[in-house]
Design a protein around this ligand. Sequence first.
Ligand SMILES: Nc1ncnc2c1ncn2[C@@H]1O[C@H](COP(=O)(O)OP(=O)(O)OP(=O)(O)O)[C@@H](O)[C@H]1O
Length: 265
Amino acid sequence: MSVLEVEGLTVTAGARRLVDDVSFTVGRGERVGLIGESGSGKSLTALAALGLLADGLRAGGRVGLAGFEGNLVEAGERARARIRGRLASMVFQEPMTALNPTMRIGDQVAEVMIIHRTRPDRAAARRRAVELLADVGLPDPAQAALAYPHQLSGGQRQRVVIAIALANDPELLIADEPTTALDVTVQARVLDLIRRGVAEHDAALLLITHDLGVVATVCERVLVMTEGRIVEAGAVGEVLARPQHTYTRKLLAASRLTPRAEVGR
Ligand SMILES: Nc1ncnc2c1ncn2[C@@H]1O[C@H](COP(=O)(O)OP(=O)(O)OP(=O)(O)O)[C@@H](O)[C@H]1O
């Protein structure tokens, strides 16, 4: 079975359909990009899949996740809370909003393991936290564990968020514009970290971005979204080389990529 199965997903705000009949799957170990311009419904698709929609928005359809029986769209908040950070994690654009400014980094990484009881005790969770900080390439991880978020750079903070997201070996990682807020010099390193991290944990990745270059670098398959619908899907090389939908062609033309340059990357 796929790790994530989304079938006929809709998100509505009153009478407005913001996500309209979206269906796709992400397989084990697979890296799938979800691209489209701002407002096309990418984030709402991900938030609906994890039951994180704001009040006033309603989801319909079916979302299945490996390790969870039933439809996540219809699951109660307690079931969803058990899933988030355990079976599925999300990395957002701005790392500062994902971290608690008053809590040491190591404690924040340990906390997600303590909450989900994936380590025998607090001391084991703390030890694992330092290992995870080392895995994401923080220099002097034991020292970094004692730091507060404001003492780290933006790129280092996003590394911490990725360590938290991967701490419990989730089946699925959703990253929503994970490098957009970062300095260009650290973007490539953080993307590489996500790619290596999901490979090491054998997780499935859904990477949301408006940047075709990011998708071409990280993903194997791509879904193209506009006005709440997926209008094209396929292997990255294929879609970038031979876009079928007018909207995909427009996206390609608007990006700095030439179709040929990305094939085979
Ligand atoms: N809480 C909300 N209430 C009403 N409309 C919303 C709400 N959140 C998002 N929308 C609308 O839903 C549409 C899709 O938003 P979404 O955030 O999914 O787009 P996106 O493709 O992720 O864009 P971006 O790249 O800018 O994040 C937009 O028109 C947005 O204005």
